[in-house]
Design a protein around this ligand. Structure first.
Ligand code: DGY
Length: 323
């Protein structure tokens, strides 16, 4: 029997690419160039499985007018708001993701952003590199103390919990959170956290707000102008979730007008585009979507996809099926 034809849309860790190549009739993207919508559409008609990732856009239009050969999309990544899930479902295409393996590294990046923006690490580094540092003095580049402050978490899933644990047990922070469904207080206490009833309650009581909810329609612009105005005037916003959770224009206005004090961002509304206004601000720390970018995690993500695709073509339920 011939092996299933699969397409990997970007370069993956080499150990994972070689397992895929052994098990399947695999096409790799050796140039690592982002695929266009047309190329993705064509791939849906030519392969048994396509393995996309965050940088691929698969809206309904990509599925329209295609006679799909594809039976499975094995997404490399936990977030899948770049795939129109309803369009996939309507065509009987199974979609899987990679939960669990990027929890710690993403929580670490949120912590890095929180510390960097509070302590002005980005500004300091730029100053030293530019040869502009004039030496130590009592008023130089004064930041905000982190220890003992209140952090508010929006979305108390795996990553929200791992971030809470770091904040509370690592930095003695008081942790409050909003989550759509109630969390057992004993479970929340394991992470040093307590649940508040509404997003606004969390925003109004926090010195730092960190977003850990999924992107997509349900949370689009959850942080809009009104909610940003509910934050404390000296507060900071951290986003390692998805760019579409924040209304970027409203955020820029809030930062310009001093509605909030700063922001640490790893994700953006139209990646890799980052608005000039954000790039020009000193009170903003900007990372290029590095949440899961460690050797260990990227390999583990790839191995999760291998497990999902292998199970699917062996006729077993893929462990991380989202639809
Ligand atoms: C994901 O898996 O959704 C991440 O954003 C990639 O780091």
């Amino acid at each position: 029997m011939s092996k299933p034809r699969i397409l990997v849309t970007r370069r993956w860790p080499s150990a994972v690419e070689s397992i895929l190549s052994d098990r399947f009739d695999t096409t790799l993207n050796t140039d690592d160039l982002s695929m266009t919508g047309e190329a993705l559409s064509a791939a849906l008609g030519e392969y048994d499985a396509v393995l996309p990732t965050v940088s691929d856009r698969l809206p309904a239009a990509v599925f329209d007018g295609v006679m799909p050969r594809v039976r499975m999309l094995g997404n490399f990544g936990v977030g899948y708001n770049h795939i129109d899930i309803d369009a996939a479902k309507a065509r009987g295409i199974v979609v899987t993701n990679t939960p669990g393996v990027l929890t710690d590294c993403t929580a670490d990046i949120a912590m890095l952003l929180l510390l960097t923006v509070a302590r002005r690490g980005g500004e300091g580094e730029r100053q030293v590199r530019a040869g502009e540092w004039q030496g130590w003095c009592p008023t130089h580049m004064i930041g905000t103390k982190v220890t003992g402050k209140t952090v508010g978490i929006i979305g108390f899933g795996r990553i929200g919990k791992a971030f809470a644990q770091r904040c509370h047990f690592g930095f003695g922070m008081d942790v409050v959170f909003y989550n759509r469904s109630p969390v057992d207080p004993a479970e929340a206490a394991r992470y040093g956290a307590r649940q508040l009833p509404a997003v606004e309650d969390v925003l109004a009581s926090s010195d730092f707000v960190s977003l850990h909810c999924p992107g997509g329609a349900e949370n689009r612009h959850l942080m809009n102008a009104e909610r940003l105005a509910t934050m404390r005037p000296g507060a900071f916003l951290i986003n390692t979730a998805r760019g579409d959770v924040v209304d970027e224009l409203a955020l820029i206005a809030a930062l310009k007008d001093g509605v909030i004090r700063g922001a640490g961002l790893d994700v953006y509304g139209a990646e890799p585009h980052v608005p000039d206004a954000l790039r020009a601000m000193e009170n903003v720390v900007l990372l290029p979507h590095l949440g899961s970018a460690t050797e260990e995690t990227r390999t583990a993500m790839g191995m999760k996809v291998v497990d999902n695709v292998t199970a699917f073509f062996d006729g077993r339920p893929p462990p991380d099926r989202v639809v």
